[in-house]
Design a binder for this molecule. Structure first.
Ligand code: PGA
Length: 250
């Protein structure tokens, strides 16, 4: 781990996105095992369970160093929005993070960068930190448009409320999510350096990589310049595997 001057900025963030998985008993078991394993680790760790499990998981995380995050939020704090969850409620029940702009929200709920910016601003306004996801599709990459797409997402999805402290970016190539196809280290390095260079106002912002991260490939990914942590889906559902990823950041 980088023990240099900018220690706070460079503490890796290891985030587990459980997506629409887990029932309450399994969630308690998994969160409990992560809490135990995290005691000896130095990274920042956050678990993002499905909304109905947030309260239960929060209880498991009490007095631990593992933080609680949501997978999404609305851009309003209250109102007639059936099925949605407000940032104010997430904050109230103990979340410190929320993911916004995940590619599955973009693909299955037609979320665009403008909406994502509104959600992120609403989260920041109540004191939540955001894990703001960006990334290109397979077609965009094969058409040579990766950096163009990333630049456009950075420009439109990051609200003015964003600071180095209240936001972490997650570069997740859509074609690498849940597919077992990890982006090449050179590609990860290129995109992360590009993102860092594009955001002079947010110099030092942490940039996570996400997409088929597992214990076996985490060390190499986490050692890549400008990679300050990982956002983990499938591999976060098994305590041993997720803790193996966090170990790789030590
Ligand atoms: P994956 O998902 O690790 O299962 O590829 C990552 C994510 O969607 O955040």
């Amino acid at each position: 781990m980088n023990m240099g001057k900018n220690l706070t900025k460079s503490i890796p963030l290891i985030a587990g996105n459980w997506k629409m998985n887990m029932l309450s008993a399994g969630a308690k078991q998994l969160a409990g095992a992560v809490v135990k394993g995290a005691e000896r680790l130095h990274s920042e760790i956050v678990l993002c369970p499905p909304s109905p499990l947030l309260g239960e998981v929060r209880t498991c995380l009490e007095h631990s160093k593992v933080a609680l995050g949501a997978q999404d939020c609305h851009f309003q704090n209250e109102g007639a929005f059936t099925g949605d969850t407000s940032p104010a409620l997430l904050k109230d029940i103990g979340c410190t993070y929320t993911i916004v702009g995940h590619s599955e929200r973009r693909a299955y709920h037609q979320e665009d960068d403008t909406l994502i910016a509104k959600k992120a601003a609403a989260a920041h306004a109540v004191g939540l930190s955001t894990i703001l996801c960006i990334g290109e599709t397979e077609k965009e990459r094969s058409d040579g448009k990766t950096l163009h797409v990333i630049a456009s997402q950075l420009e439109k999805a990051i609200p003015a409320s964003t600071t180095v402290k209240n936001c972490v970016l997650a570069y997740e190539p859509v074609w690498a999510i849940g597919t077992g196809k990890v982006a090449g280290i050179a590609d990860i390095a290129e995109v992360h350096a590009f993102i860092a260079a594009k955001l002079p106002r947010l110099s030092g912002i942490r940039i996570l990589y996400g997409g088929s991260v597992k214990a076996a490939n985490a060390k190499e990914i986490l050692a890549t310049p400008h990679v300050n942590g990982v956002l983990v889906g499938g591999a976060s559902l098994k305590a041993e595997e997720f803790l193996g990823i966090a170990e790789a950041a030590e």
